[in-house]
Ligand binder design. Sequence first.
Ligand code: GTP
Length: 302
Amino acid sequence: MTTRAGFVALIGEPNAGKSTLLNTMVGAKVSIVTHKVQTTRARIRGVAMEGDSQLVFVDTPGLFQPRRRLDRAMVAAAWGGAADADVIVLMIEAHRGVTAGVERILTQLAEIGKGRTVALAINKIDRVEAPVLLGLTKDLNERFEFVETFMISAEKGHGVETLRKWLAEQVPESPWLYPEDQIADLPMRMIAAEMTREKLTLRLHQELPYQLTVETEAWEERKDGSAKVDQIIYVSRDGHKGIVLGHKGETIKAVSKAAREELAEFLGRKVHLFLQVKVREKWLEEAERYDQMGLDFKDGNA
Ligand SMILES: Nc1nc2c(ncn2[C@@H]2O[C@H](COP(=O)(O)OP(=O)(O)OP(=O)(O)O)[C@@H](O)[C@H]2O)c(=O)[nH]1
């Protein structure tokens, strides 16, 4: 069997329908991903299987005219995700057409999208008549050389399967990036790992060994409705392990408690969180590419 796998970035103005499309393509589980945990790094929003292809959707915060510093960082992150992706899909709203925001994105796309596979998805086609769509398709394709144009309704599901099949053909031949039995809760695993990393950062301040990463090793749904989450904190040196554990394990206990509480509140149910610290000298090298993408590299999976 020839497998394929790759990264897909959905870009577009806020409200274009990116989350809706993701949910339709990936399944209901992603909807749990909210904007609550903000990060400037690209994150995985969901993974879809289509035939022998694995499509990993990376998050791109809505692209808008950045004013504040935080906004600028978010927009940069959005483009960062797109620049690393194998396929970029620009989503626009059919009834709004080429807005000033869309024009701005197209200008940036002229640089980022050069030589890449960029498709156009005109969304919310249920809101306009056919002639409008044809005019819009022509207009947009004159402004940028899209490899393909799709007319979809993310909400009603029209055209979504065609788009997904096409994406499956675009990603390169590659082993799958994530085991199939993990993809359903992958976004949750990543969010949980980020929560723990955030608590470590808060707790350790400057002491924090910068070569540190958190991975969610196992996620188990229990019959009583609670979730059992096992995480490993990887540090690159023995000395760092002591810092993370703290005097008599105080640091790790406090981090664990804070992360557990936040995760429980986020999920709205009870959480049992187990943290383990491991020394792995080479993790940085192994994980480099994934880390840059904001992905949690799982040992031995790639
Ligand atoms: N009529 C119609 N509405 C849609 C369609 N797809 C999405 N919407 C609606 O458009 C709104 C925005 O959709 P989202 O999926 O949240 O948009 P988004 O691009 O993820 O927005 P941000 O998270 O702000 O970047 C929601 O109210 C959706 O219900 C569609 O195909 N037709």
